[in-house]
Design a protein around this ligand. Sequence first.
Ligand code: GDP
Ligand code: IMO
Ligand code: MG
Length: 435
Amino acid sequence: MKIDVLLGLQWGDEGKGKITDVLTPSYDIIARFQGGPNAGHTLEFNGMKHVLHTIPSGIFHPGKINVIGNGVVIDAYIFARELQKLRERGAKPELNLLISKRAHLILPTHRLIDIVEEASKGKSKIGSTLKGIGPTYTDKTGRHGLRIGDTQYPGFRDKYEALKKQHMRIIESFNPDPSMLMIENMPLEEYERHWFESIEYISDIKLIDSEIFINKSMREGKKILAEGAQGTLLDVDFGTYPYVTSSSTISAGVCSGLGISPHNVGRVFGVFKAYCTRVGGGPFPTELFDETGDRLRKLGHEFGSTTGRPRRCGWLDLPALKYSVMLNGVTDLVMMKVDVLDGFETFSIGVGYKIGQEILDFPGYDTLNQEIEPVLEHFPGWHTPVTGCTSWEELPENLRSFTTALGEKLELPVSVISVGPNRSQTIILDSSNLK
Ligand code: GDP
Ligand code: IMO
Ligand code: MG
């Protein structure tokens, strides 16, 4: 049985958490393969809203195993708080959550390095979530990181102190104002104390060789869904570099992030919003700076799930979406938040990038850093709310023709349409409907 993958096709926050939760009943195992607590995946069901950061979005389904893969980075403190919140909501993560021993640890000082590096960038700052993601992956590839498996061996504290010492040298080289050096509103020593207590708190979650577990489960015929974080346009290789995250967010990242062969990747669910958002800095060709952008932000509640920051909003960017479909080998398109477009007289999508006299239809090496005028195509809106629709037939005609047109442009029909944040507000289409 091959592993299916679910990931974001834009700049994150596409609704991956919701769709993973919706698809979980069809799987035995849900596994996160990259990223860390920079992610915020929102689930809504039974009148409850829950945001997950490090833990896979299948966790509320008892009996389904959730795995934090080796490609993920973990902050013990944030992770412990996540576990606590899950327990308050009746979940029993000690029964259905496993962690790869190889997952790297985000140390308190990684977070401080993130803070001082971002501050030093001034206007060209990335807009990082400041969770220590970049510095942790840097240490991983620099070969001096600490892994969660290390916590089980004697000498962990010594290794920690040695790495902290190196980190302090880096931090001091920025000559930071001491008031900057706060983590979750705590000075380093206090946060560090909580971090070590958290290592104790999380010790009832089993650490495993997850690559062995995943491959064995596959051989036994178990169905596995790999859940991505961030989005393709934030990928460290193919995103809008340097305004990206530090991991491989595309389907290729599943192989190294879980330890599986490319032969074993099955379906790839590509999740995208019917418009576009981005948090933090970096290019965004179809961004709207007017009241239409404000309207999308307000109706779509476009405020970060992790940081609460307002998300930048704009029209769907088709060239970028096509690029993402290509990079990931998407087999199933999942279109989210169409309800946010309810009531728009007309709406648009970007179909090309006009740079001078030239029109490009893909984001090349330097394309998005240039002065771009997006080429827009307009579509008529619909006037009936779609949040209560449960089938393709119930959807307004204009939404159906937009969906069909988009499928044709992407050379892949849309397979799932989400009409609201709730688990139940999801229409799984038979792709033959769209022909
Ligand atoms: P993720 O990071 O990809 O899991 O996405 P986030 O959870 O950060 O952001 C998606 C937001 O949109 C969350 O607040 C969801 O509850 C919400 N959401 C998901 N699907 C829909 C939808 O179809 N319609 C609306 N209105 N909201 C949705
Ligand atoms: P989910 O999984 C949206 C963005 C940050 C910043 C850049 C680098 O919820 O979709 P980092 O903290 O990785 O150093 O930030 O990436 N970013 C996200 N934007 N959704 C996310 O995750 C993101 N994770 C990171 O805003 O621009
Ligand atoms: Mg999110």
